[in-house]
Design a protein around this ligand. Structure first.
Ligand SMILES: C[S@@+](CC[C@H](N)C(=O)[O-])C[C@H]1O[C@@H](n2cnc3c(N)ncnc32)[C@H](O)[C@@H]1O
Length: 195
């Protein structure tokens, strides 16, 4: 059962529909490795995941999870900011996930920031293959997260509709500004005129 109040489950739901065995994908914020592990399962033995984080502790946790599951070989862990993803990835990808904010239980000042997130997204979107998805989990419940959400929505409103379609999902009856989801799809070539 899909629990719609679990925004990361919703993000995974959309990714599951679009990512297949053999695909290349990006986890822009590895953190505790849950999304990396999930993506590594989707792309299978013949696919590949590129996972970024600016905290070595996060990458160590992620590496441990992958090793435990025997699937470390299909993931490249990158100790660098996702805003530099163009230095590491040249090929087209089926999907990218940004699970924004800070590492749960970690230092709050190591949170993602609007400027670098937008910079990174601007580099990731052109790498998406036709029909590819960018999923962004937003956390407007904390100060930087609210600013980041506002900037991202502003950015997405300006994406050309013939190139991208953007879905914004939010829970409207929950307290304390719960997480939200943005799903951006690179439009299928030749199918932009569909109703
Ligand atoms: C909410 S956590 C990610 C959760 C993770 N995807 C998971 O499955 O556990 C956000 C992560 O983004 C990382 N981060 C912050 N700024 C970053 C940047 N510029 N590039 C890459 N990672 C960044 C933080 O270090 C933190 O580990």
């Amino acid at each position: 059962m899909l629990r719609i109040r679990k925004i990361t489950e919703l993000a995974h739901h959309y990714l599951r529909l679009n990512v297949k065995e053999g695909d290349r994908v990006i986890d822009a914020t590895a953190g505790n490795g849950f999304d990396t592990l999930f993506l590594a399962g989707l792309v299978g033995k013949s696919g590949h995941v590129y996972a970024f984080d600016i905290q070595s502790e996060a990458l160590a946790i992620t590496q441990h999870k992958l090793t435990e599951n025997g699937i470390g070989d299909r993931v490249t862990l990158i100790y660098d900011g996702h805003e530099k993803l163009d230095l590491y990835i040249k090929d087209q990808v089926a999907a990218v996930i940004y699970n924004l904010g800070f590492l749960p239980g970690g230092e709050r000042d190591k949170t993602t920031k609007s400027e670098t997130t937008l910079n990174s997204l601007g580099k990731a979107l052109p790498l998406l293959k036709n029909g590819g998805l960018a999923a962004l989990v937003l956390y407007p419940g904390h100060g930087e997260g609210k600013t980041e959400k506002d900037h991202l929505l502003n950015y997405c409103h300006k994406l050309l509709p013939r190139e991208y379609s953007v879905l914004h999902l939010c829970l409207i009856n929950q307290p304390n500004e719960p997480p939200e989801l943005l799903v951006i799809q690179r439009n299928l070539f030749g199918m932009t005129g569909d109703a």
